[in-house]
Design a protein around this ligand. Structure first.
Ligand SMILES: Cc1cc2nc3c(=O)[nH]c(=O)nc-3n(C[C@H](O)[C@H](O)[C@H](O)COP(=O)(O)OP(=O)(O)OC[C@H]3O[C@@H](n4cnc5c(N)ncnc54)[C@H](O)[C@@H]3O)c2cc1C
Length: 249
């Protein structure tokens, strides 16, 4: 197997064009490399591990290879409670030290991603580049909520996530009582200046987290695998909405 660790985004894209598979933290992909003959490690690109703060009302920029531990401990994320709380609750300390935000979003079809619902609630935009030379080669931006097919990330490199500072945001997760603590369902909400209503997203009911408009939204009952899970989700939605509304009033 050929392993490369370029120091630039352009170097990573060159490798993707040669058919390499991206490895970031490697917490999941390293167990799925049967038949893969070329991998490209994002760990050599310093800019992908940087967080730039939302000063003076500007946007927060989070590099795609930033780890859950970095997100949980960064002072830049203090105004983004839903995302930093989700990062602090993800997996266990060993996983948090490796798990990247980019890998977390790409994996949404395989695991209930803890970071995906907060990113959607916070209306994240994704800076990305396509490896296919026929499509745009320069980094471009997509609103995360416009990506409804998890397979869409195939052949693309996530570079960073851009977030506007919310008035308040909140996160709850409901997980197995195991050492790894993988989530069953999770809920995130955020209110941002200029938005009429609080954005609430539920993860775990479908591959891509779903937007719901309150605890009685019929989407919850329709997608929940059991009445018990539906009740848990409704409680979670009520709880995040109460917290956000209390903080914003
Ligand atoms: C024991 C255990 C517990 C876990 N617990 C949780 C949990 O509680 N909550 C949770 O959400 N997840 C959990 N996970 C899943 C996983 O660790 C995380 O989702 C993690 O964030 C994945 O990131 P990674 O950097 O390790 O991805 P990798 O394994 O490196 O890659 C995953 C996929 O994403 C692609 N990829 C990675 N980065 C990029 C990028 N920048 N652009 C394009 N494609 C990219 C890779 O090619 C691969 O297909 C757990 C995993 C384990 C093994």
């Amino acid at each position: 197997m050929l392993y490369t660790r370029p120091s630039t985004v352009a170097g990573v894209l060159d490798e993707l064009r040669r058919g390499a598979v991206v490895v970031s933290g490697g917490t999941v992909i390293c167990k799925q490399l049967d038949g893969v003959d070329r991998i490209v490690d994002l760990g050599g690109v310093a800019s992908l591990r940087e967080i730039h703060g939302a000063q003076d009302g500007g946007q927060l920029l989070v590099g795609a290879a930033c780890t859950a531990e970095q997100l949980a401990s960064s002072h830049h994320l203090q105004p983004f409670a839903a995302l930093s709380d989700a990062a602090a609750a993800l997996g266990n300390p060993q996983i948090r030290r490796r798990a990247s935000i980019g890998g977390n979003v790409v994996l949404c079809e395989q695991v209930t991603s803890d970071l995906y619902p907060p990113l959607l609630a916070l209306n994240a935009r994704v800076q990305m580049a396509a490896s296919d030379p026929a499509s745009e080669s320069a980094p471009s931006e997509v609103a995360l909520h416009d990506v409804t097919d998890p397979g869409w990330w195939h052949g693309k490199l996530i570079i960073s996530f851009a977030l506007d500072r919310p008035r308040w945001s909140s996160f709850r997760r409901y997980a197995w009582r195991q050492a790894s603590g993988k989530p069953i369902v999770n809920v995130a909400a955020a209110t941002t200046d200029g938005e009429d209503s609080t954005r609430v997203f539920v993860g775990g009911l479908s591959a891509v987290p779903q937007r719901v408009h309150g605890p009685t939204d019929p989407t919850i009952q329709r997608l929940a695998p059991s009445d018990y899970i539906a009740r848990v989700v409704r409680e979670g939605v009520s709880s995040v909405l109460k917290e956000v509304e209390a903080q914003c009033s």
